[in-house]
Design a protein around this ligand. Structure first.
Ligand code: HEM
Length: 159
């Protein structure tokens, strides 16, 4: 906690914090990019997983759909990591001290692994199970992202 606290204090006094808070429109614009990248993840997750469930795009193999959309998902998550870091830099005492933020980061890693694992999963039951788990994980990540704003901060959190 103390290292995290020190990092938050350092970030609050960093040139990055000064840059993102210099104009009132910067943080809302970063939030817009974050939300647009979420839409890209949702589209990629839907196309990959609904194909695995046999609901759509059945004219192409599961592997072909995954090869087309998994890189889009990875690119969007990279944009989310960058914009997310800028949002943290704008208000270092907020997300870093809320459990739901760390749950969200952990779930993102698990969701990426589960979605990517479909490349090696056998057709039928195994790939369908991975698809359902992947969809549930991405929905939970979005829920956790929105919940950061309402969760209680840890006691003694930096503000
Ligand atoms: C990869 C690293 C990521 C970081 C560091 C990050 C960080 C953040 C931060 C700091 C916020 C603002 C929370 C607040 O103060 O209220 C936020 C909001 C949010 N994030 Fe992320 N995020 C990341 C990835 C993702 C991903 C992959 C998703 C979903 C696919 C996501 C979904 C959301 C949602 C739904 C919100 C609320 C947006 C709003 O209502 O304005 N984030 N994120």
């Amino acid at each position: 906690m103390s290292m995290l606290h020190d990092f938050a204090v350092w970030l609050a006094h960093s040139p990055l914090n000064a840059a993102v808070t210099a104009r009132g429109w910067i943080v809302p614009e970063v939030q817009i990019v974050h939300v647009v990248a979420i839409a890209a993840v949702v589209i990629a997750a839907a196309l990959i997983n609904l194909r695995a469930l046999g609901v759509m795009d059945t004219g192409r193999t599961r592997q072909a759909v995954l090869a087309a959309w998994y890189p889009v998902m990875l690119g969007a998550v990279a944009v989310l990591a960058l914009t997310g870091f800028l949002l943290i830099a704008s208000e270092p005492g907020r997300a870093l001290f809320r459990t739901v933020f760390w749950v969200k980061l952990g779930l993102i890693l698990v969701a990426l692994v589960v979605t990517g694992a479909q490349a090696r999963a056998a057709d039928g039951g195994p790939s369908r199970l991975l698809a359902v788990v992947s969809l549930l994980l991405w929905i939970t990540v979005i829920w956790a992202g929105r919940w950061i704003a309402y969760a209680e901060g840890w006691p003694g959190a930096f503000s």
